[in-house]
Design a binder for this molecule. Sequence first.
Ligand SMILES: [Cu+2]
Length: 129
Amino acid sequence: MKVIAGLMVLAMAVVLVVAVGMAARGSGNDGSTGLAEVVLEDLRFTPNRLDATVGVPLTVRLTNRGLERHDLNFPSLHMPGLEGVESILEPGETRTIRLQFDAPGTHTFICSLPGHAAAGMTGAVFVRP
Ligand SMILES: [Cu+2]
């Protein structure tokens, strides 16, 4: 019985290390190549953090691997092609979008389908000078 409890603790420790490792991996790109990949699935963006540099176009390949429709919207920014239904991806669909920022800062993005952002389907682009 003691051995089983020990194994369970070990298993939990492994899960914890994996989770911390994933969190520490951070951004989906380094902000200098101008390329990133984001997967939309199960009410989350993976990764949900992107880095960008002011004035440098960032090309993002979006892939919907889920079973529902998703999109990627910036609620506080005007971003051509990302302000409405034109950015919705059907399950299995892939689309490449191009982002460019003219000021440093943190720009939140969300999935604007009902309930998705509230369930945690959000992310941010960190724009450095
Ligand atoms: Cu969604």
